[in-house]
Design a protein around this ligand. Structure first.
Ligand SMILES: Nc1ncnc2c1ncn2[C@@H]1O[C@H](COP(=O)(O)OP(=O)(O)OP(=O)(O)O)[C@@H](O)[C@H]1O
Ligand SMILES: [Mg+2]
Length: 333
């Protein structure tokens, strides 16, 4: 075997020696599935994460030669609402409003559904729900919850319990917490591989309730280049870390605008994906461009028809971040 050197690209190392992904993850460089790894060398990665390159190389070469990889065990935090039959609960969060949390929740749900998984969405934005419309379920109002989308995603949202979509929900914090818990515990979700939780904006009451009340296995953090610059996303990252919930990945939304001539515009400033990865210690799952079709499909309830390179990228990376873990859960029964 040729030795791994500091000049090799991280992605190439992981491609030729898949076991090394664990070494990177162990050092807080979960770069394996990450777009940034395509451009970054082992030396650059080590420098960015403050690790001595020689130590990292030694470990990489040992594992590549068949040595034991460091364990990356994840355990469910104790003292939360337990729930039979729901294997993975992942919340989608951002400190900031309007950056595409609900869209990313929808994309995570539809890509894991396309991969053949049983999938649900808990619309945790009790006072400003937007998931039902995205999936064309606004007319499922007052039917049984969870409602079922065209591709078989089970969806629970406050919006589906109201008389009309426009009716405002004016609730204070404790009621919101109660509703979230009830959605989780009292509904007939059936067997689910993934329950995606769409969180409301901010770092205050409502998202905090979900973070503390639901047995989350992790969080996907969403930011736009502009939002990261505004510090609120970093604040959300800190909050999640302080609560001890793993950040599984980050998504940069509205990252760029592709132009017909093949060039791109960056209306919200240059990409801050790398900064996001460093601040969270989690891999970049996708950079989602501004795409006119997204707005159209969301408005007409057909988000499940959305296909794009960014959605593919998200699917592949979610696969590598979540599937290994899920298969272990399945093995344990
Ligand atoms: N990449 C994108 N391209 C085009 N439109 C987008 C994109 N991402 C989101 N949108 C649109 O921007 C709007 C806001 O997105 P979304 O509702 O997902 O944000 P949010 O973070 O959940 O907002 P809130 O904080 O209000 O919950 C929606 O109308 C959505 O369709
Ligand atoms: Mg939303």
């Amino acid at each position: 075997m040729d030795a791994i050197t500091a000049e090799m690209l991280i992605r190439e190392v992981v491609r030729s020696h898949p076991a090394t992904a664990r070494v990177f993850a162990h050092h807080g460089m979960p770069c394996a599935g990450c777009q940034i790894a395509a451009a970054e060398t082992v030396a650059q990665g080590a420098a960015a994460h403050g690790i001595a390159p020689a130590l990292l190389l030694e470990e990489l070469n040992r594992v590549a030669a068949g040595g034991e990889a460091p364990a990356t065990t994840r355990t469910r935090p104790p003292g939360k609402l337990a729930r039979e039959g729901i294997r993975r609960v992942v919340a989608v969060m951002s400190g900031k409003g309007g950056v595409g949390k609900s869209l990313v929740t929808g994309l995570c749900a539809l890509t894991t559904r396309r991969a053949g998984r049983q999938v649900g969405i808990l619309d945790g934005d009790i006072t400003g729900p937007s998931i039902p419309r995205m999936f064309g379920l606004q007319d499922a109002r007052r039917g049984e919850l969870p409602a079922v989308s065209r591709s078989g995603i089970r969806i629970a949202s406050m919006n589906l319990l109201l008389e009309s979509e426009e009716q405002p929900v004016i609730w204070r914090g404790p009621l919101v917490s109660g509703a979230l818990r009830q959605f989780f515990t009292d509904l007939e979700w059936g067997e689910l591989d993934y329950l995606w939780v769409d969180l409301p904006p901010g770092t205050s009451d409502a998202p905090l309730t979900a973070l503390q009340a639901l047995p989350l296995d992790g969080v996907v953090m969403v930011a736009t280049p502009q939002a990261l610059a505004g510090m609120v996303v970093k604040k959300a990252i800190r909050l999640v870390q302080e609560l001890g919930v793993p950040i599984l990945g980050v998504v940069e939304n509205m990252s760029y605008l592709p132009l017909p001539d093949g060039t791109i515009l960056e209306p919200f400033g240059p990409s801050t994906a790398r900064e996001l990865v460093l601040a969270s210690g989690a891999p970049l799952l996708a950079r989602v461009p501004l795409d006119q079709r997204i707005a159209g499909l969301c408005d007409t309830g057909r988000i499940e028809e959305y296909r794009s390179p960014a959605a593919e990228e998200l699917a592949v990376n979610l696969g590598s971040v979540l599937e290994e873990d899920l298969q272990e859960v399945e093995k344990d029964g």
